[in-house]
Design a protein. Sequence first.
Lengths: 195, 176
Amino acid sequence: MCENMLNYIWGAIIFIGIAAAAFNGRLAEVTNGAISSAKEAVELGITMLGIMSMWTGIMKVGEKAGLIRSLSKKLMPFLSRLFPDVPREHKAMEHISANVIANILGLGWAATPAGIAAMKELQTLNAHKERASRAMCMFLIFNMSSLQLISINIIAYRSQYGSAAPSEIIGPGIVTTLVSTLAGVLFAKMAEVVK
Amino acid sequence: MKLITLISDLMMPLVIVYILAFGYSRRIDVYEAFIEGAKEGFTTVFDIMPTLIGLMMSVGILRASGALEMMIRLVEPLADRLGFPAEALPLTLMRLVSSSASTGILLDIFDTYGPDSFIGRFVSVMMSCTETVLYTMSVYFMSVRITKTRYTLAGALVANAAGIISALVISRYIWG
């Protein structure tokens, strides 16, 4: 269940593909498919170099100016409602809000370390060390419900494949992200009551 | 619907103005920070290029082999009954398992149907409101050695299902 899974997924995709190609009599197409896809990957990489660098540049300005810290503070009152078991001034809250803000802004590299720090702090409050606490369940469900407001990589891919309006998915993306997060939070709150 | 389009158009400029204004108000060297961040982004993309090549190659083989079409034809009756686009089903399932493998399939959909087709728009929205559940969960729980994860997986799946369904509803609503 870890990153290593890709090790098997990757091979499986190729083996299934070649087996299916033999079955369908399309082995020649497979060779062309592999070659043209590898080429396509580099073309995509070049588009991404531009768009992603622009975006990480903008985000760095926010990070350096202390945007994550400043937004985290504003988020605190809301978050403390989600985690009634965690004292407001506890270190865990600080890491949780940093993780949430980094996720909202799409700063994956800042989100994961903060998230792991949050889990470690939540573990200090946890009575059963091998069992997830209510706060941990809520934190991870919230985290995995997708929080990112602007999916810049999806916009970059759309642009590379010739979309007339690559960013037209931002609005629908925000609405659906809110729906999924709300559903996750409601589920977690209900599960807390049941268990 | 007009509001949603407006949000799409305004979001990026607003975020850029907000962050730059925030940077100037804190008196940091905004341009220098931008260059530093851009360099980081540049290195990141450069570093993931080999991954991208590997994944797109494998998905390219899968596409050329006709295996994806076979799979789609297999799930089509079920997907049709649910009102779900069959072409998007393999991607939707892969999304929960692996972020990079699902990116490979996403790009294949863009290549085959175009990013501005209904299916292309739907999967774009769907990708923006879902997460790689299995990977994220194992990273976080392993970091504190928790084995009993209780209702976390169920909750994450409920949230992602809600995202997938609402992506379909909103895409049908806006783009028919």
